[in-house]
Design a protein around this ligand. Structure first.
Ligand SMILES: Cc1ncc(COP(=O)(O)O)c(C=O)c1O
Length: 396
């Protein structure tokens, strides 16, 4: 046994979350390190889907919208509150529904409308494409100038003209994690509002949206929350904005009295106004079952394990990939890492599928990045070592 193998098994033995791996159905022989794109299948989901289809839909039919043992109508807020516990958000501020892109559009617009006399929308120069495109679209619609700056440049770019600052918690390409409370406070000093994209943060590490005074946040549920392909997004709006925020997508389920079928929109009280159309019930029921994997999981422990996994992977890469053309892009300082490690290599585009053929699944970002995401609920230090070993074999 090599030193790295010995350390991997020691660390895995000592992992207080090791029982959580059984909460997922992972294919035998696969080292799955792409949960930052699509989380693995939680073991509770197949039975929940069976119940959703046969009992709730097949037998309960339309009655399931309000029946106590299905209660579909309440899913957006019920799930929102559950996810809120992972975001550090008190109940009544988070809703689940639609896609991240839709929620970004709705939320950026709502935030900008709360600062009507300001003319600038600041967004991350390296933001995920959908965030960048939607910032441009909202800018055009509301007549705002969209300026692209990196989170590192934010302080210098903040002026009294800035209405909204829209950043990701973690850079999707590099895995760098930004200082949410510090950047939120800086934006507030000039009176701007913040919209955080938590796609790569929710379920990956601890968040404290209420304590950090965050205004708005959006995120997907198909990565670290393992809600399944196309799982709905969530949106958080701090309670202090509920009475005045106005989203552009004024769908009927966000109406104060949706079943009165009135001809004009009147927003529901509270976070209910962030609902749009009919909830995607089957996806939401899968997500509800998936989130059970977080029951009794302490998020500080989850963060410690995630850092242990990414740190150990970097260590394995340093030792096994030295001199083979790799560079570690993700910061080495633990507080600057999300839950993924990005490597750079000129042959990345070939290496990622070649590693997948040998059972190590990650993903690539052209032209030269390899991304390996670690979910501390199911990944192990042995997975990290295997991934580095396979990359070493492929570049020998
Ligand atoms: C930061 C970020 N925002 C948004 C998205 C995707 O948005 P949507 O769920 O609408 O496809 C992703 C997907 O990887 C992402 O990483």
């Amino acid at each position: 046994m090599t030193m790295l193998q010995g350390r991997a098994s020691e660390l895995d033995e000592a992992n207080p979350l090791r029982h959580c791996r059984e909460r997922f159905l992972l294919p035998e022989g696969t080292t799955y390190l792409d949960g930052n794109s699509l989380g693995a299948l939680p073991a509770a989901v197949p039975a929940a889907m069976q119940d959703a289809v046969h009992r709730q839909w097949g037998t309960g039919l339309i009655g399931s919208w309000f029946a106590e043992d299905a209660a579909w109508w309440g899913l957006p807020q019920r799930l929102g509150d559950r996810i809120g516990t992972l975001l550090g958000a008190a109940a009544g501020q988070t809703v689940v529904g639609d896609s991240t892109s839709v929620q970004i559009f709705n939320t950026l617009t709502a935030a900008a409308r709360l600062r009507p006399h300001r003319r600038v929308l600041l967004t991350d120069a390296g933001h995920f494409p959908t965030d960048a495109y939607l910032a441009d679209s909202v800018g055009e619609m509301l007549g705002l100038e969209v300026r692209r700056v990196t989170p590192r440049e934010l302080r210098a770019a903040l002026t009294e003209d800035v209405a909204v600052v829209a950043f990701p918690a973690v850079d999707f390409a590099t895995g760098e994690c930004w200082d949410i409370p510090g950047l939120t406070a800086a934006a507030h000093e000039v009176g701007a509002l913040v919209v955080w994209d938590l796609c790569h943060a929710a379920g990956a590490f601890e968040l404290a949206l209420d304590a950090w005074n965050v205004d708005f946040a959006v995120g997907c549920t198909y990565k670290y929350l393992s809600g399944g392909p196309g799982a709905p997004a969530f949106v958080y709006a701090a309670g202090r904005h509920h009475a005045t925020m106005r989203q552009p997508l004024t769908g009927w389920t966000g109406h104060a009295d949706p079943f009165a079928m009135r001809g004009t929109y009147e927003a529901a009280d509270g976070i209910g106004r962030a609902r749009i159309g009919t909830p995607t019930v089957l996806s939401m029921l899968a997500l509800e079952a998936a989130i059970g994997a977080f029951d009794d999981v302490d998020l500080a422990t989850l963060r410690a394990q995630s850092l242990s996994l990414t740190g150990f992977f970097i260590e394995c890469c340093d030792e096994l990939l030295d001199g083979r053309g790799f560079e570690t892009v993700t910061p080495r300082e633990p507080e600057r890492r999300g839950s993924q490690v990005t490597l750079r290599h000129p042959e990345a585009v070939k290496l990622v599928p070649a590693a997948a053929e040998r059972g190590v699944v990650g993903d690539k970002r052209e032209p030269d990045l390899l991304r390996y995401g670690f979910n501390a609920l199911y990944n192990t230090h042995a997975d990290a070592l295997r991934a580095a070993t396979v990359l070493a074999e492929l570049t020998a």
